[in-house]
Design a protein. Structure first.
Length: 250
């Protein structure tokens, strides 16, 4: 199972790398005239992806006029030995500073806080397989609970009644008493069951409730505004405004 998972990860990672990394796109586009230092760096980056990486290196090398399968295999083996000695795949810093390649400012590697194109690809592949709310360290996979809480707070408008801990969620102009149900549903939708447990969901609910407390009298307190199906009607001005979660109505 571990070998199958690694093979799946490598397959997705190699695909992500060629789709996402500007340097690898350059290596593919300019394969016929690629400078040797750039080619060698490409080999170092892809060599860590086992047989699939080897296949992709040959694919990106064949357009070069002096390409030979034997020499390319020798270079791949050298790169793999370097990786085994913890020299590792070439980093983004090396590609920018030593090769003079201009990496885009919005490169996903910067957002993902990784040091190399290979690291970026593996992280993107891991997110696709396990979801963006899981991370791995030496002890295994863990739930990134703060990120899940932050995303739910950004995507939904929750309010929690301070007097009885009732969690409401904003839907179509009004706050409905479905906050906890919405949080549970989203947690189960976003994270595989084996990685999230009841106590995790309860902790997420607790975080959201504590950060969204409101006193009950704040609701339905604007007497001059009627909450209609098609918007908020101001009695004094006769103006109909769009619904907004800032208008506390339940």
């Amino acid at each position: 199972p571990q070998e199958e998972e690694l093979e799946k990860l490598n397959k997705i990672a190699a695909k992500k790398l060629l789709e996402t990394c500007a340097f690898l796109k350059h290596c593919r586009k300019d394969a016929a005239t690629l400078l040797e230092p750039h080619w060698w760096s490409m080999v170092h980056v892809l060599a860590v992806f086992s047989d699939l990486g080897r296949e992709k290196i040959h694919e990106l090398s064949k357009p070069y006029l002096k390409y030979t399968e034997k020499e390319t295999d020798q270079k791949i083996d050298e790169a793999k030995k370097a990786a085994d000695k913890e020299i590792g795949p070439h980093t983004c810093t090396f590609i920018e500073q030593e090769l003079g390649f201009d990496c885009p400012k919005d490169c996903p590697a910067k957002k993902l806080d990784v040091k190399s194109p290979a690291g970026m690809a593996k992280k993107l592949a891991s997110q696709e397989i396990h979801g963006i709310y899981l991370y791995k360290d030496k002890t295994g996979w863990h739930l990134n609970l703060p990120k899940l809480v932050d995303d739910l707070l950004a995507e939904y408008s929750f309010k929690t009644m301070r007097d009885n801990e009732e969690c409401l969620v904003y839907e179509d102009g009004v706050y409905m008493p479905l906050g906890e149900a919405t949080i549970k549903e989203e947690c189960e939708k976003r994270v595989p069951k084996k990685f999230i447990h009841t106590h995790d969901i309860n902790e997420i609910i607790g975080h959201i409730e504590r950060s969204t407390y409101v006193k009950r009298p704040k609701f339905n307190s604007e007497k001059g505004v009627l909450n209609l199906e098609n918007g908020l009607y101001n009695i004094q001005t006769g103006k109909l405004n769009p619904h907004t979660p800032e208008f506390l109505s339940n």
